[in-house]
Design a protein around this ligand. Structure first.
Ligand SMILES: *Cc1c(COP(=O)(O)O)cnc(C)c1O
Length: 428
């Protein structure tokens, strides 16, 4: 397949080759990234990209949808089985698209929303002023306490005082389990709807290694490309589908179900034609996630994250909340006297890809930050285990203790390349 690309567009072909080599020769520690299987890659690079399929299986606005319907039905049914959900909408192009459709399924422009503070681990779509969420809604924010755990008293206080119409829970840089039942209790007492955004831990939840929000939330949104290890995309799930209690009627004058409301908000509400090749790849990824090996994979992600966190703490690094229950950790670098920005750049030169990240109560700007976020899903996909995590903690320590020393970065870079060569990617 790529030989056509090489012929038609050598510049793009070369960029793809170099990106393949970059992924192969470096250690990917960005917590939101992963490596999909060859089957998922193949499902994305095929002719379903040519097909317009506005609408849903069996009720499309275009002819010729019988085969893309097969793909979307498989994706929906597998997602429902994987998450024990009554309903799955697999069309959102991304996690952000899933969130915008989910918000507008439950609330109106200008309503009050309570979400997690971005600088405490929340996501842009949970109320950042530069995002639709912060511009379209009146946002309030909760955060973590000094111990690094979500401050549920603060959630309750703000919810009961401000009476938001919606509470959104979930995060991009939070390493602990979330008590969804407690969130639902607070939401009910405040008169709010509840969304959980499980973009990050979706794979851990599918494997039932951490609690699922589905029994407790009106809607659950996710990406499909983080721990879930599918193609880049989004999804909206409903645990128990039922008639809405918001007075939203269908054309026959009956109360719409939540699934009907969600489906019409995704299309035609916020999207046009679905990406059918990506939906086919989602189906493949969900099938992979339904296999017993996927549970072993997710267990190993957590073991690896806990091993890496312990090895760093042993070397004097401060991990927010003192560890992790999941696939990621936040390293607070303030006791090492370097910023997240400097750490990210030094690690990059040494072949370790991480992202700088705000830590709770950070005194630096989002462009500088005092921390880095580390995650293990991608390394675990390569087959790395505890002893590799110990080595990687050693690499990180060497680089961060000598962040201006290029010869150390070059030495670590060679060690990283040696380690990576033992765990090749896409070589079969
Ligand atoms: C990654 C993420 C998203 C957004 O996903 P995109 O596909 O990048 O739009 C939404 N919410 C949370 C919590 C995330 O971590």
């Amino acid at each position: 397949m790529t030989s056509h690309l090489q012929h038609v567009d050598p510049e793009i072909f070369n960029a793809v080759q170099e990106e393949t080599e970059r992924q192969n020769a470096r250690l990917e520690l960005i917590a939101s990234e992963n490596f999909v299987s060859l089957a998922v890659l193949q499902a994305m690079g095929q002719v379903m990209t040519n097909k317009y399929a506005e609408g849903y299986p069996g009720r499309r606005y275009y002819g010729g949808c019988e085969f893309v319907d097969v793909a979307e039905n498989l994706a929906r049914e597998r997602a429902k089985r994987l998450f024990k959900a009554d309903h799955a909408n697999v069309q959102p192009h991304s996690g952000s698209q899933a969130n915008i459709a989910a918000y507008f399924s439950l609330i109106q422009y200008g309503d009050k929303v309570l979400g997690m503070n971005l600088s405490h681990g929340g996501h842009l779509t949970h109320g950042s002023p530069v995002n639709f969420s912060g511009r379209f809604f009146q946002m309030f924010h909760y955060g973590v306490g000094r111990d690094g755990y979500i401050d549920m008293n603060q959630v309750e206080d703000i919810a009961l005082r401000e009476k938001p119409r919606l509470i959104i829970t979930g995060a991009s840089a939070y390493a602990r389990k979330i008590d969804y039942a407690a969130f639902r209790d607070i939401a009910d007492r405040a008169g709010a709807k509840l969304i959980a955004d499980i973009a990050h831990p979706a794979g851990l939840i599918a494997a039932e290694l951490i609690p699922s929000p589905l029994p407790h939330c009106h809607l659950v949104t996710t990406t499909t490309h983080k721990t879930l290890r599918g193609p880049r995309g989004g999804m909206i799930l409903i645990g128990k589908d039922q008639e809405n209690d918001m007075g939203v009627l269908n054309p026959k004058g009956k109360l719409k179900t939540y699934s009907e409301i969600v489906d019409s908000n995704v299309f035609p509400g916020f999207q046009g034609g679905p990406l059918m090749h990506v939906i086919a790849a989602k189906a493949v990824a969900f099938q992979e996630a339904l296999q017993p090996e996927f549970i072993d994979y997710q267990k190993q992600i957590i073991v690896n994250a806990q091993t890496l966190a312990k090895a760093l703490m042993k070397r004097g690094y401060d991990i927010v909340s003192g560890g992790t229950d999941t696939h990621l950790m936040l390293v607070d670098l303030r006791n090492h006297g370097i910023t997240g920005k400097v750490a990210e750049a030094a690690l990059e030169r040494a072949g370790l890809t991480v992202n700088k990240n705000m830590v709770p109560f950070d005194d630096q700007s989002p462009f500088i930050t005092s921390g880095i976020r580390l995650g293990t899903p991608a390394l675990t996909t390569r087959g790395m285990k505890g002893s590799e995590m110990e080595m990687i903690a050693g690499f990180i320590d060497q680089v961060l203790l000598n962040s201006a020393d290029e010869s150390i970065q070059m030495q670590v870079r060679r060690d990283v390349a040696d380690l990576c060569s033992l765990f090749p990617l896409y070589n079969h």
